[in-house]
Design a protein around this ligand. Structure first.
Ligand code: ATP
Length: 439
């Protein structure tokens, strides 16, 4: 973990939030490579779950919502974790995350009393007047933004059940003990789906639940996660949220242990019914075939984007060889790697070479976007630099490209990150060659 965190900082993936002021616990800032990786994962997700389907409606709801949303959803009353405080050093912990017989911070025994419930929502006021009516919260999940827009989707798109709403966006939780880099933070991003079904056919509901789980697994495969590190956990009734009829958590072997990566929950009609009775607005669905109305049930696949990024990075982090010669590389699948191609002239002081390489760079940049230029130091060092940030392809223009060996005229060397192998490819075939590898 330490090596990964250090690489993320050194190479511009992820920085501590507010770093120059000593940081702000539980916040991180994504640098150029981090945001590129993040966007690639988001785009892949959106493509799979929204664009490639005909039953999914994309959404982007406001982060701030009327406080009544959170009262109705149960978050104001119940979105809390058990907090304990050490009477000796005053450190605070989540009761279920520590052995309370001994303080993990000062080591003293028997310093914890009764736990109290700590609400994790960030409270704020909307508008110039601060009173109870102006209270709002930064959303702790994206889900509610979709439930309160259910009727808007019915009225504007007239979808037939089953159908889903999908959203990618920030969520905020005032975690008692943020930890493990970007695993448990106070500001993070979720990618969530609320999938609405007709509850009267239990068999179909179960099939949809299982199909959504398979879709989650297929996404994890696309982003290159090692299937041996992925664990399906059927959450027993006593551990499930009170509204959930069935929950399957997907856990992953992070460097610090097996922990939750994704969730899938059958939330029944809990949310729509709660908002219907609280708002007084009819959130039923009219079934044209049977000419009756009912409140649809909801199955929710949820993905934590930051946890996915941590899983991708920790899975991808590889070391080849030992000691000074050790080569660190990030084996990120080309489809989501932040930089796709690095273009170099073999040496930087030969005008002909540089001109040819620049021409190629400009051309590839137009097609692939995420292409960088590197003519610093010797070629071996350049490869090492690109390996460390997970660039799958390094393209080198050399004297043979210019025709020193006539048989190799207008060909370049392409060097592969994971194997270190090099191939000779004609410039005219290069784009297609790389496109095939990325797709
Ligand atoms: P945990 O038990 O780890 O606190 P949770 O069960 O409360 O998580 P959910 O409410 O199901 O999490 O949230 C959905 C997803 O959002 C989680 O699977 C996770 O990927 C992500 N997530 C939740 N809390 C955080 C956090 N503090 N930091 C980063 N990601 C989070």
């Amino acid at each position: 973990m330490e090596q990964l965190v250090s690489l993320c900082k050194r190479r511009g993936f992820i920085f501590q939030g507010s770093e120059i002021y000593g940081g702000l616990a539980g916040t991180f800032d994504y640098g150029p490579l981090g945001v590129a990786l993040k966007n690639n994962i988001k785009n892949l997700w959106w493509k799979q779950f929204v664009e490639n389907r005909t039953d999914m409606y994309g959404f982007d709801a406001a982060i701030l919502m009327n406080q009544k949303v959170w009262q109705a959803s149960g978050h104001v009353g119940g979105f809390s974790d058990p907090l304990v405080e050490c009477s000796n050093c005053k450190s605070r912990f989540r009761e279920d995350q520590i052995d309370t017989s001994k303080c993990p911070s000062c080591g003293k025994e028997g310093t914890f009393g009764q736990a109290r419930q700590f609400n994790m929502m960030f409270k704020t006021n909307v508008g110039a007047v601060e009173n109870e009516d102006s209270v709002s919260y930064l959303r702790p999940e994206t889900a509610q933004g979709m439930f309160v827009n259910f009727k808007n989707i019915l009225d504007t798109f007239h979808p037939k059940l089953p159908f889903g709403m999908a959203q990618i966006g920030k969520a905020f939780r005032n975690e008692i003990a943020p930890r493990d880099f970007i695993f448990r933070v106070r500001e993070f991003e979720q990618m969530e789906i609320e999938y609405f079904v007709d509850p009267r056919n239990e068999k179909t509901v179960n099939e949809i639940f299982d199909a959504l789980f398979e879709e989650q697994m297929s996404f994890l495969k696309k982003i290159g996660l090692d299937s041996n590190k992925i664990h399906k956990i059927e959450v027993p009734a006593e551990d499930r949220a009170h509204y959930s009829k069935r929950s399957v958590d997907t856990e992953y072997d992070f460097p610090f242990g097996q922990k939750e990566l994704l969730g899938l929950a059958y939330r029944t009609d809990y949310d729509l019914s709660a908002h219907m009775s609280s708002s007084g607005v009819d959130l039923t669905y009219f079934d044209e075939e049977n000419k009756d109305r009912f409140v649809p049930h909801c199955i929710e696949p949820t993905f934590g984007l930051d946890r996915l990024i941590l899983a991708v990075l920790s899975d991808a982090y590889k070391v080849d060889g030992e000691g000074e010669d050790a080569r660190v590389f990030l084996a990120i699948p080309p489809a989501i790697s932040p930089i796709k191609i690095c273009v170099s002239p073999l040496v930087k002081n030969k005008d002909g070479l540089v001109l040819k390489a620049r021409e190629l760079f400009n051309d590839l940049k137009k097609s692939f976007g995420a292409v960088v230029w590197d003519d610093n130091g010797n070629i071996g060092k350049r490869y090492r630099r690109q390996d460390e940030i997970g660039t799958p392809f390094c393209v080198v223009v050399d004297f043979d490209t210019l025709g020193e060996n006539p048989e190799l005229l207008d060909t370049v060397t392409i060097r592969h990150r994971d194997t270190g192998e090099q191939e000779r490819v004609a410039i005219k075939d290069l784009k297609k060659y790389i496109e095939d590898k990325i797709n």
